[in-house]
Design a protein around this ligand. Structure first.
Ligand code: C2E
Ligand code: CA
Ligand code: CA
Ligand code: CA
Length: 282
């Protein structure tokens, strides 16, 4: 029993060792990912329900590395955050998203189309973030109203003071702010109400339960968030809409915007341009 316990431990230690090594190797590879051109963005359309129009696209980061293949953002973004690489990656994302949107506008896409960019906690802490944002806009010739920044509810809570300062700077620039993954962070509404926020994105976890046989809780939460947002003058986006039933529920309950596989998967720059032009022509 003793010997087999030892073997089990060694297997465990080996697996741990493998994990640690993978993390270290991924972090080293991430440092060079921008300059080696391994990063790209895909874009997921957001449907304005009352108008049947795509109002925005969310930029989502992808990483393809020759050794590791496609690495999921849920694995590499936390590593980029821990190692500080997210700062240069985040700058690249901002500029690339703005460059793409400006190109689409020139190609005939509705000028009202916005791009929404995810911002990490470490980026938010930096006092030069508002400058990076305005310089990306200026370099691409975009008005500030073309950009929305997504910050998670838990990020805003964890860094209340700094968050408030940055959000006011964004407001002064004219960039809009969305609270991402809303509903998962247990924030108090009175707190959020004091911040200059434009949009709430209801987390997919709540949308999953809509229009299913046992949907009481998720239904209540979603309708409550929509009503509350209306009172506060905020837009509401439902994330992760995967079925026509969920979409119908959201339309009936006056949700503003829907995003999810049922509307479109995230698309490459070219595919998204085709998607947008085709829909406009309809
Ligand atoms: P998020 O900001 O909550 O993004 C939504 C995620 O849900 C995306 O995953 C998207 O592909 C996925 N999704 C959208 N619709 C559906 C649906 O109908 N069903 C399902 N199952 N999934 C759906 P993705 O692209 O893997 O990104 C994961 C997370 O990585 C994002 O969550 C965000 O937190 C982070 N992320 C992605 N790009 C960036 C970035 O450029 N910067 C930062 N800081 N974080 C990013
Ligand atoms: Ca997001
Ligand atoms: Ca989200
Ligand atoms: Ca999420």
């Amino acid at each position: 029993a003793k010997a087999s316990g030892k073997r089990a431990f060694l297997r465990y230690a080996d697996a741990m060792d493998g994990d640690i090594r993978r993390r270290a190797n991924l972090i080293a590879a991430l440092r060079k990912a921008v300059e080696r051109g391994e990063l790209s963005l895909v874009y997921q359309p957001e449907l304005v329900l009352a108008e049947g129009r795509i109002g925005a696209v969310e930029a989502l980061l992808r990483w393809h590395n020759p050794e590791f293949g496609d690495v999921s953002p849920s694995e590499f973004i936390p590593l980029a955050e821990e190692s500080g690489t997210i700062i240069s990656i985040g700058e690249w994302v901002l500029h690339e998203a703005c460059r793409t949107l400006a190109g689409w506008h020139r190609a005939g896409v509705d000028e009202r189309l916005k791009v929404s960019v995810n911002v990490s906690a470490l980026q938010l802490l930096r006092s030069d973030l508002p400058d990076s944002v305005s310089s990306a806009l200026r370099r691409c010739g975009l008005p500030a109203s073309a950009l929305e920044l997504e910050l998670t509810e838990s990020m805003l809570m964890a860094n209340a003071e700094v968050a408030s300062e940055r959000l006011h700077a964004f407001r002064r620039l004219g960039v809009s702010i969305a609270v991402d993954d809303f509903g998962t962070g247990y924030s108090s509404l009175s707190y959020l109400h004091r911040l200059p926020i434009n949009t709430l994105k209801i987390d997919k976890a709540f949308i999953d339960g809509l229009a299913t046989p046992d949907d009481r809780e998720d239904t209540t939460i979603t309708t409550t968030v929509i009503a509350m947002a209306r009172t506060l003058g905020l837009r509401v986006v439902a994330e992760g809409v995967e079925t026509p039933g969920q979409l119908a529920f959201l339309e009936q309950n006056a949700c503003d915007i829907a995003q999810g596989y049922w509307i479109s998967r995230p698309l490459t720059e070219d595919a998204c341009l085709r998607f947008l032009l085709e829909r406009q022509a309809q």
